[in-house]
Design a binder for this molecule. Structure first.
Ligand code: ZN
Length: 179
């Protein structure tokens, strides 16, 4: 089954303008870009890709903030600065010493169970910025089984990557309706 994030219609609007912007309206993503980019399809595709996921990340942010606050309140009660979706292809999440949590954009619209696990994992890093025994004990104290979830995450990542590759080739070629 195809993931929802790869099925959202993308409307491409070339304009006399600087820079690329994207916004959601009526279940579609409208991306405006400088008309000159039409002669550079490879660059245009890169710009569309970045604008799309950044826009989707902003759209999904309130839900991420709400869930992170809920899980933190239920299990930890730590202090953190902010949480957001970040373009991360290699990692699923990260937590900085400045107490900012980044969640990979690949989890937008993904299974709740995986999202919850990554959020809990990063929240636990607010206390331990390492993967030592104390860290895993804290993660497991929430009732999750990291070893079991790891398999699901790998499978999800592979599915995401293969759908992304197909989507990426099509966003400009035929996935996006140009007008
Ligand atoms: Zn970690």
């Amino acid at each position: 089954m195809a993931m929802e994030v790869f099925r959202i219609p993308i409307m491409l609007i070339p304009e006399q303008r600087c820079g690329v912007t994207a916004l959601f309206r009526t279940e579609s993503c409208f991306i405006k870009f400088p008309v000159e980019l039409l002669s550079q399809p490879r660059l245009l595709r890169i710009m569309i890709d970045k604008a799309y996921w950044s826009c989707l990340g902003k759209k999904a942010l309130p839900e991420l903030e709400k869930r992170t606050a809920e899980l933190n309140c239920r299990y930890f009660g730590f202090v953190f600065h902010k949480v957001r979706f970040h373009r991360q292809f290699r990692r699923w999440g990260s937590c900085s010493s400045l107490k900012n949590i980044n969640i990979s954009h690949r989890l937008i619209g993904g299974p709740q169970q995986l999202m919850d696990y990554i959020i809990l994992h990063e929240l636990a890093h607010l206390k331990y910025l390492n993967h030592r025994k104390e860290f895993w004990t804290l993660v497991k104290s929430t009732g999750v089984n990291p070893a079991a979830i790891k398999k699901d995450i790998i499978a999800y990542g592979q599915q995401w990557q293969s759908e992304y590759q197909v989507w990426y080739k099509q966003i400009y070629a035929k996935g996006g309706k140009l007008f």
